[in-house]
Design a protein around this ligand. Structure first.
Ligand code: NI
Length: 175
């Protein structure tokens, strides 16, 4: 099964996903095919709604498509902002993000620099993990997808307007 990655402005990307209630063979196959699609598209993270499946499942591999050695599949992930170990306060971090569903565009986005992830793995075991830096950013980005949110929903209105203008032009040219 080859998965198609939905692209903005597809309205389905705004849909909220439902929790995984049972780890069926279909869920396992979905995770496997999502990992494949993620690697083939040169991504480090993918969320099920991006392939039109509205369940709370994400795949992440920060080692990237060239190494493919740190694949994680998280079901029903929940994030909590963690304080910075030095200052004792939650810290924000701003970095450039892109998304397989938002082609040819990158922009700075503000995120928490550290998060606590609680989820289930594909065997139904609870996972609890502290993440920082790129991993924390990637998890926040993917979990946003499960709530129908894209990184371009977190940029300034001005930047978003410019991007939407570009998308409109491109769609018109393709008509
Ligand atoms: Ni994305």
């Amino acid at each position: 099964m080859e998965l198609e990655i939905l692209q903005y402005p597809d309205a389905r990307l705004k849909q909220k996903s439902a929790p995984v209630t049972e780890i069926t063979p279909e869920i396992r196959a979905l995770a496997e095919n999502m990992a494949k699609a993620m690697y083939e598209s040169d991504g480090i993270g993918l969320a099920a709604p991006q392939v039109g499946r509205f369940v709370r499942l994400i795949t992440v591999d920060l080692s990237g498509p060239s190494q493919r050695e740190a694949l994680k599949v998280y079901l029903n992930p929940v994030l909590e902002a963690l304080p910075d170990p030095e200052s004792g306060k939650p810290e924000g971090v701003e970095s450039e993000e892109g998304c397989l569903s938002v082609p040819d565009y990158r922009s700075n986005v503000k995120r928490h620099s550290r998060v606590l992830l609680k989820a289930l793995d594909l065997d139904g075991n609870p996972v609890e993990r502290e993440a920082a830096d790129l991993e924390a950013i990637c998890l926040q980005h993917e979990c946003d997808h499960l709530d129908g949110k894209l990184f371009i929903d977190r940029i300034s209105r001005l930047k978003r307007g410019l991007y939407d203008g570009k998308v409109k032009k491109r769609l018109k040219a393709a008509e």
